[in-house]
Design a binder for this molecule. Sequence first.
Ligand code: DAH
Length: 336
Amino acid sequence: MTDVDLDAVVADGLAAVAAAPDLDALDTAVGGLFGRRGAVSAVQRSLGRLDEAARRERGRAVNDARARLQTAIAERRAVLEDQRDRVVLAAEAVDVTLPPRTPRRGSLHPITETVEALVDVFAGLGYTALSGPEAESEWFNFTALNLPRDHPARSEEDTIYLEPLTPGGPAWSTLLRTSTSPMQVRTMLATPPPLHVVVPGRVFRQDTPDATHTPVFHQIEGLSVDTDISMADLRGTLAAVARAVLGPATRIRLLPDHFPFTEPSCQVEAWDGTRWLELLGAGMVHPTVLEAGGYDPEAVGGFAFGIGIERVAMLRYGIDDLRLFSDNDLRFLAAF
Ligand code: DAH
């Protein structure tokens, strides 16, 4: 087969090798030359049909052609390998000039901050801070606070009743506490008078959320029991606390109210510059509650209060919707 144009095979081969855009394409081009059905292989096979002298001469030409092609292939391969390595390296490159991702500094949640501020002020007045269980027995939550089983106020607050703490116990025996007040009787049962404690914590209500209510919120309960405590002590204490956490110009007012566990009872409001905002309920501890705590109402008396932490935080930070505290919006939280 002397009719195969060796020069054309070489020229086509060199062109295909030079044009190969990547290593896969180069391998394909090499296959087209040296593979079983490759152009060079075909020329080589045709040598067998030539006579001795012609074969020798043609053989040399084929060897030359083969050498030229292989040199071109090796050169192209080196270029393509280099290209591939650059791409890989570029993908793995680390830009040491990029500014580092610094960790974002967190801050205390405004509710936590307000609790700490209140506890601090009360500590200065001689109060000890305690915490109590969020899952509370209905006895501490209601009965001991002078709300017997049939008291209508129970159903205004009722939250979620949990599996009984005591296996086989009545289903209504444990609920999410509706206020921090159950800690009044728990603390009295654990400690003899005199007693000056505050109990911050999370409480639960069946409430429809609006700007001043959420079903989960925070209170700080206060209880002060001694031999000679009056409503004036209550007023003086709360006025001092309000000035300390809301500013020295803060005014409070006491309005008559009713709670089964205090007698008399009042509501305390603070002036925010434009309106009075209810902050807390308070009163003189009811004799029945002192008795439930194992105290003698003839020998000691005291006052109690339950402050709405969110209400204090709203005044402290000038926030008009307490739902913001639980929305978990970082734009809001980052402002504190
Ligand atoms: N427990 C009441 C509530 O959650 C608040 C309260 C009122 C607490 C009067 C008291 C108190 O200690 O004396 O609405």
